[in-house]
Ligand binder design. Structure first.
Ligand SMILES: *[C@@H]1O[C@H](CO)[C@@H](O)[C@H](O)[C@H]1NC(C)=O
Ligand SMILES: *[C@@H]1O[C@H](CO)[C@@H](O)[C@H](O)[C@H]1NC(C)=O
Ligand SMILES: *[C@@H]1O[C@H](CO)[C@@H](O)[C@H](O)[C@H]1NC(C)=O
Length: 461
C-alpha cells in the first residue's frame, strides 16, 4: 500500500515536471526572451563561417560604399568611381542581371566549410540592398529566382550543408533596406507607421524560418529604428515558442536601436568584437578574413587578408574569453570562393585536426591569458571527472622554456603537447606557476604550424 502511494506520488511529480517543461512559453519582452537557455550546440560549436553574397558582389569594390551610399552618393570616391566606370543612367538595380552565380556549386562550398572545422554557417539571405537570395513571395522582381542567377541560392546551400556535412545552417537577414520606399516612408513618419515591417520584413522572416528551418537567425540592419517598430520581440517569441526550429535555433542581438550588446540569444556588440576578457554572456566575434570588407573585392591585396597565424590567434583569444568566432568570406558574383579564402579555411581546419580538444566544447578557465608570458591563452574541458586545462601558446619560445604564471601545479601534475606522443617535462615555479621544458623538433616535425597547445592535468586553480 505504502509502496503504491510512493509510486503514485512519484508519478504525479513526474507528470508535473513534464508539464512544466513543456509549457515554458516565452513572452514577447526581453526579460522573458533573455531567460531562454541558449541551445547547447551553439556554445560547443565555437566556429562558424559567415558568407556575404548578393548583388553587391557584382561591383565588388569597397563593398560598403555600394550598400550604404549608392543613391545618396555621399562619398566622393563612390561618385568618382561610378562616373568613371558606369553609364550616367546606370542604377544599382542594373547590377542584378550580372549576378549570375554560374560557377556556384553548393557542394563545393560545403566541402570547403566542413574542411575548415567550422560547425555552422551563416549566409546572407538578404543584405541591406533588399535582394533576396531565395525566391521570396515578398520581394517581387528583386530576388535570385526572378533576376540574376534564376536559382534558389539559399535552398541549394541549405540542402548541401544538410546532406553533405554535419554543420548547422544559419541565415543572416537585414531588417532594413536602404532604398525601399515603404521603409523610407515609415522613417519619414518617425516609425509611427509599420508598413514596411508588416508587408516585407516580418513576412520574409517567417518565410525563411518556415521554408529553410535555419538554426541561426543572424539579424542586422536594425539600428535606425526601435525594436518596437521592428516587432522584434513578437517575432522572437514565435521563433522560441512555435517555430519549426524552436528547440535548436539561436539568434543574435541586433533587433532594434539600443538592443545590441544587451538583449538576444548571443551578443555580437560590434563588428569584429573581440574584448580580450571574459564576458558575462555568450558572445560572438563576427570578423573577416579580408580585413577591409565583408563582400568580395576585386581590388583586394594579399596584405589585406589575415594570415592563418592571425586567424588561429583570433580564434584562440575569442574562445578563451567565452566567444564563438564567425569567420567571413565574400564569394564572387559568379559563385566562387577564391583560393586565398579557401586556403585560410583549410589551414584553420588542419590546425583544428591536431588541437580540437582545446576548442570544441571547451569552457573559459580561471584565467583567460597568462600573467607573465604574453600571447598565451587558456581554455578547459572536463574529461570524465578530471579537468584538463589548455595553455595555447601563440609564439613558440626560442629559449627552450615556457614560463606560465597562471596555473598552480605540483609534481603530481602531467603536461602533454597536443600532437606529440610523450609527456612534456615541467617544474613547479617558486611563486606558483610552472616552467615547461619544450621538446626539440627537427625542421618540419612540429605537431602543427601555428599556436601550440599544452594539456595540463592536475592544475589546482
Ligand atoms: C559540384 O561539386 C561536387 C563536389 O566537389 C562535385 O562532385 C560535383 O560534380 C560538382 N557538380 C557540378 C555540376 O560541377
Ligand atoms: C507584430 O507581431 C504580432 C504578433 O505576431 C502581430 O499580431 C502584429 O500584426 C505584428 N505587427 C506588425 C506591424 O508586423
Ligand atoms: C592578457 O590580456 C589582457 C587583455 O587583452 C592584456 O591587457 C594583458 O596585457 C595580457 N597579459 C599578458 C601577460 O600579456
Amino acid at each position: 500500500m505504502a509502496r503504491k502511494m510512493v509510486y503514485h506520488v512519484l508519478l504525479a511529480f513526474l507528470l508535473l515536471t513534464i508539464i512544466s517543461v513543456v509549457s515554458v512559453r516565452y513572452e514577447p519582452n526581453w526579460d522573458s526572451l533573455d531567460s531562454r537557455p541558449l541551445p547547447a550546440w551553439y556554445d560547443a560549436a565555437k566556429i562558424g563561417i559567415f558568407i556575404h553574397w548578393g548583388v553587391f558582389s557584382v561591383p565588388s569594390v569597397e563593398s560598403e560604399w555600394f550598400w550604404w551610399d549608392w543613391e545618396g552618393a555621399k562619398t566622393k570616391t563612390v561618385v568618382d568611381f561610378m562616373k568613371a566606370n558606369y553609364p550616367p543612367d546606370f542604377t544599382y538595380a542594373d547590377f542584378a542581371k550580372n549576378f549570375k552565380a554560374e560557377f556556384f556549386n553548393a557542394s563545393e562550398w560545403a566541402d570547403i566549410f566542413q574542411a575548415s572545422g567550422a560547425q555552422y554557417i551563416v549566409l546572407t539571405s538578404k543584405h541591406h540592398e533588399g535582394f533576396t537570395n531565395w525566391p521570396s513571395r515578398y520581394s517581387f522582381n528583386w530576388n535570385s529566382q526572378d533576376v540574376g542567377p534564376a536559382r534558389d541560392l539559399v535552398g541549394e546551400l541549405a540542402a548541401a550543408i544538410r546532406n553533405n556535412t554535419d554543420m548547422f545552417f544559419g541565415l543572416y537577414h537585414s531588417l532594413f533596406e536602404w532604398f525601399h520606399p515603404l521603409y523610407l516612408q515609415d522613417k519619414a513618419n518617425k516609425w509611427q507607421t509599420q508598413k514596411f515591417v508588416e508587408s516585407k520584413t516580418m513576412p520574409e522572416l517567417y518565410e525563411i524560418v518556415n521554408r529553410y528551418k535555419p538554426d541561426v537567425i543572424w539579424s542586422d540592419g536594425d539600428w535606425e529604428a526601435p525594436d518596437t517598430y521592428w516587432n522584434s520581440t513578437n517575432f522572437i517569441a514565435w521563433l522560441y515558442n512555435d517555430s519549426p526550429v524552436k528547440d535548436s535555433v539561436v539568434t543574435n542581438d541586433r533587433w532594434g536601436q539600443g538592443i545590441m550588446c544587451k538583449h538576444g540569444g548571443f551578443l555580437t556588440c560590434s563588428d569584429r568584437y573581440n574584448p580580450g576578457k571574459l564576458q558575462k554572456r555568450k558572445w560572438e566575434n563576427a570578423m573577416t578574413i579580408d580585413k577591409q570588407s565583408w563582400g568580395y573585392r576585386r581590388n583586394t591585396k594579399l596584405s589585406e587578408f589575415l594570415t592563418t597565424d592571425e586567424l588561429v590567434g583570433t580564434l584562440v583569444e575569442t574562445v578563451s574569453c567565452g566567444g564563438n568566432m564567425l569567420v567571413n568570406v565574400g564569394p564572387t558574383s559568379d559563385g566562387k570562393i577564391i583560393p586565398v579564402f579557401e586556403e585560410r579555411l583549410r589551414e584553420l581546419g588542419q590546425w583544428l585536426k591536431v588541437n580540437s580538444e582545446a576548442i570544441y566544447g571547451s569552457h573559459p578557465w580561471t584565467y583567460q591569458n597568462d600573467t607573465v608570458t604574453p600571447n598565451v591563452w587558456y581554455t578547459k574541458t572536463k574529461i570524465s571527472s578530471t579537468t584538463a586545462v589548455y595553455a595555447i601558446v601563440l609564439d613558440w619560445p626560442t629559449n627552450g622554456k615556457l614560463q606560465l604564471g597562471a596555473p598552480k601545479m605540483d609534481s603530481s601534475g602531467v603536461v602533454y603537447l597536443l600532437g606529440y606522443r610523450q609527456q612534456v617535462k615541467f617544474s613547479p615555479g617558486g611563486q606558483g606557476g610552472i616552467t615547461i621544458m619544450l621538446p626539440e623538433f627537427a625542421d618540419g616535425t612540429m605537431p602543427c604550424k601555428h599556436a601550440w597547445v599544452f594539456r595540463m592535468l592536475g592544475v589546482k586553480n
